[in-house]
Design a binder for this molecule. Structure first.
Ligand code: BDR
Ligand code: CA
Length: 322
């Protein structure tokens, strides 16, 4: 089994990421931290606790993390997720548990270090403040984890998959570009970061057929199924209203969980690139990739002239966008 620590900002699609992480037989969800993003810290934390209550997984510890990036104010997305961060249903239960006390970054560190060496994946489906702080405060965790899988970024490989918060930037990266850049340029993580950008998530839509399947046919319609149907219906509407995407909303966040599922259930076609994040000006939050063949020349050229070795951080991205 792969152990997972999920850092998230639920969020309609984060809800599906949580369910996949909690229910997949080859994954063991060891804890959840919440981060500013789709809504306020209070809202996203309550949403995480309600969702765990809805699926009967109240034993998974939930810690409230950073309520803002350390270099800029927080940005939320009420136009996409509603003012609660997860509008659209009356079926979310009151949380049966409360969040755990204590510092979230320390809790992440302690829980992850208890897992066997290189078996734990950190999956980040929100802004990257908590994960960047974890690596900065506890550098030894970097060698201990197996990998980090991040929903974030947009490379513009498909016309409808450029930015979603600005024309250049994807929301999770835009909200805290400095934290993203600190992770993407950490050479200790080279080869162990996977980025799931909009270019990929916009090919995985929750179509009306999928919504219908949730509540009909061979399955008995449980309250949970009805709630998930409500959530996707709301998400479909905001995607149609805000982006004009009418085929169904992209289900971004569960894909970041899917990349760490052990086994060959899904065939991933990834390639390694370097990723830079724009941290200033109107293009803030844009992710720019350099493919390995081009980057190699730069690194070799500079490296030979200087110290001989340039630490490079290779990041896996879906090949179709590289
Ligand atoms: C990302 O932004 C959030 O609104 C979603 O939950 C997802 O993590 C997509 O850009
Ligand atoms: Ca999210």
């Amino acid at each position: 089994k792969t152990h997972i620590w999920l850092d998230c900002d639920p969020g309609h699609d984060d809800a599906f990421a949580m369910i996949l992480a909690a229910e997949h037989p080859n994954l063991e969800l060891i804890g959840i931290s919440t981060v500013h993003g789709n809504s306020s810290m209070d809202n996203v934390t309550t949403n995480a606790l309600s969702l765990l209550t809805a699926i009967g997984k109240t034993d998974v510890p939930v810690h409230a993390g950073s309520c803002k990036p350390f270099m800029r104010p927080a940005v939320h997305a009420p136009d996409i997720h509603g003012s609660s961060g997860i509008d659209g249903t009356t079926l979310l239960p009151e949380p049966k548990v409360t969040m755990r006390s204590g510092n979230a970054i320390l809790a992440m560190y302690e829980a992850i270090m208890k897992t066997p060496f290189q078996t734990c994946a950190i999956v980040a489906t929100g802004t990257l403040t908590n994960v960047a702080l974890l690596f900065a405060a506890f550098p030894d965790v970097v060698g201990h984890i197996r990998c980090v899988s991040i929903m974030g970024g947009a490379f513009g490989g498909r016309d409808d998959a450029r930015g979603n918060i600005t024309k250049w930037a994807e929301f999770n990266i835009y909200c805290d570009p400095e934290s993203a850049q600190s992770i993407f340029s950490n050479p200790e993580l080279s080869g162990r970061i996977t980025l799931v950008p909009l270019d990929l998530t916009h090919t995985v839509l929750a179509t009306s057929d999928i919504l219908t399947t949730l509540v009909t046919t061979s399955h008995p319609t449980t309250k949970l199924r009805k709630m998930l149907h409500d959530l996707l219906t709301f998400f479909s509407k905001t995607y149609a209203d805000v982006f004009g995407i009418t085929a169904g909303p992209p289900l971004h966040d569960p894909l970041a969980v899917a990349t760490v599922i052990p086994g060959d259930e899904i065939e991933w076609d990834m390639e390694e690139v370097q990723v830079e994040v724009v941290c200033h000006g109107e293009q803030t939050g844009q992710t720019i990739k350099t493919p390995r063949d081009q980057a190699h020349e730069q690194v070799r050229g500079e490296g030979l002239g200087k110290a001989g070795v340039n630490p490079v951080t290779w990041i896996k991205v879906p090949r179709s966008v590289a």
